[in-house]
Design a protein around this ligand. Sequence first.
Ligand SMILES: Nc1ncnc2c1ncn2[C@@H]1O[C@H](COP(=O)(O)OP(=O)(O)OP(=O)(O)O)[C@@H](O)[C@H]1O
Length: 760
Amino acid sequence: MSGIEDFTDEDATQQQPGGVESTPCSDLQGAPEHSASVEVEPQTLKVYLRVRPFFKEELSDHEDQGCVVIEDNQVVKLYAPKGSATLKSSERGIGMAVHKFSFSQIFGHETSQNELFEGTVESQVSDYLDGKNALLFSYGVTNAGKSHTIQGTAKEPGILPRVLDATFRHIGQCQYVGMDLKPFLGTDAQCLGPEQVKQEKNNQKDSSCFTEPGGRMFALWVAFFEIYNESVYDLLQTLCSKSKKRTVLRVCEDRAGNAYIRDLKWINIHSMEEASKLLRFGNKNRSAASTKMNQSSSRSHSIFTMKLLTISGTTVERVSEFSLCDLAGSERCNKTKTFGERLKEAGNINNSLLILGKCITALRNQTDRTKCGYVPFRESKLTKLFQNFFCGKGKASMIVNITQCASTYDETLHVMKFSAIAKQVVQVIPVKTLGSLAPCLVDRHGNPLLRNMVDSQAPDGYFSEEELLDEEDEADMSILPQEELLTVIEILRTKLLAERRKNMVQEMEIRKEMGDAMLQQLVESEEVLSLQIVKLKESYEEKLENTFDMYKDAIKEHAYQCAMNRIGDDYVPIAEFIAEEEKVEALTLKLSELKNGTSAFRPETRISTTNQSSQTGDGVSGSAFGSNALNKMMYREKCALEKMCEDKQELIMSLEKRLGDLKAVQEDYMDQSAELIVMRRRAEERTRCMDDLLRENVNKDGEIALLKEEVSQRSQKSPVKTMKPKRGLLANIRDTVSSPRTTAIGRTLRKATPSPARFF
Ligand SMILES: Nc1ncnc2c1ncn2[C@@H]1O[C@H](COP(=O)(O)OP(=O)(O)OP(=O)(O)O)[C@@H](O)[C@H]1O
């Protein structure tokens, strides 16, 4: 195993913006509090991990391979088991075999339902009872224990029954039984007429409640629905017959941009018994189909929403919401061997989970929440409904459920990576309790009632311009009376004009930015070219220097070689030279002696001598012999001298020849020197040429500065005259980008830009 991939929360703490911001998407717009900036409390999304215990069958199938190791109550390590895709990839050098994750809190397999409740949502529950909104969703692979966590069993009730229980304990004897105040649209409340109250009472026959006149009272309304194959179904809707198709409900938006489900059944409950009955009824309706992995695997996302109305007299002080979402299991089609309808289900489940992941990633990347970038909330029903929780409507938290099974390791790792991103999402929650901002109360026709509003929220102000602009196709217009619709149209028209104006200004700004960017680019390319010229000049000079040095070295080498050759030919060791000199001296001496001897033996002397020797006998013959030997010796000496003279003559000739060769080399050297001088002159000429080009560049810089000034002057002039509004922003931008030569600036700039070829 090589290294550990770390998904601890360092990044999250870095990204967490501090200080005070204004709420990006308030759900209570229209009232003065809403338009003013509200103090907000940024915090990261709470993400908890719950590890399911092994089943007996899993243990006998050797699923326990130590894949999940809980280090402490916040850190867990995942070890890729044999045969998992993760291990195979890590062996090929892609990814790691060990992953480390950190969570807000980790709950091991021995954790009881009560411990989980206290460790996760207890604080959210008290906030909810205090008038704030809360959302909890469970996420994980199929069979990991999501439903067990949210709903649990009769013996081990999950979080949902515990939240209900806490709510009823909070309400105590202060039940509001009037039934004439009901949740309305996203966050508002509706005052029902006598007929509607009667109808509600008929719907909910069993409503034995307590009431405490005066004081603060509470009404708890609940709804239970599911998103199955991207369609919303009411789980509390009674079906007359089995064959009857369930009604698909629409997700709409109210004026404040809060998503709500149109025609969703809201039921006023007063006790845990009623709540349990409703849960049982809804669960029966829930689309459950068996898959290979889980016999009762839930195939839909089920959402249970409670709305608590805090009522004072006949005024609704606040409406707080707690939603619990039990997400469908995330799974891979090939693993679960899904076909036909099941395959379509899996596709839809994975798609909405994928979009949830995309939203969470986009939210994580948004460091500045006041400038909300694109978050694809609208791409799925699930995220559309959750949207406001990420924009300040209330606190959201997530419980990630995993198993420790080796066979589902890869999916578990995927879930863990998703949750690591989710943990970095920063939620911006208004510090001021939402309870202090009264909800809007409408009459039975949906018209705002003044009694529950501050003065500035009179009907005219109820439809704020911003709110109306934000409305999408699915905004529920039918809730508005006809004359108000006309007002809406008028406001929209004004808004449209304002938008157009805004767009034009934006277009101008973009054009200016682009012009600046182009100029900047030109200036930069000029700088680059100047730099290139300087470098080229330097490299040419260096090359010339090198060539010059090369020639110098070659000539030196040649001269040295010649000298060495000469030394080689003429070299005589000193001892030999001295010996030769001595020989020459001895020979010279002998020669002079011989010359002296020759003069002593003149012919007359020779005759007398001859005579004398003939008289003596022996004397005559002895002198004749001496003369012959001397003659022979002289002759030999003469020959030797002649030979020496010939040798010297040859040496003189060879020296003369070498002298001639040296002269030729000298001439060659002179020629090369002349050539070098010519090359140097040429180099100097090029340098001069480059200097000229540099000067030209400086001039062009001046021209560019003038052009820049001209552009800024033009941009300051009236934008409207130069626009072609009908063609639209994109078309104009495209014009500017794609055909610079059609504009005056483009032409001038092209002219001013020297072709790189001209430099060389
Ligand atoms: N913490 C736990 N302790 C004991 N049993 C558990 C625990 N968590 C889950 N189980 C059991 O595991 C089985 C599967 O759990 P559950 O149905 O909640 O999974 P799920 O994630 O909701 O699956 P799906 O997405 O398919 O609906 C159930 O029988 C449940 O009782």
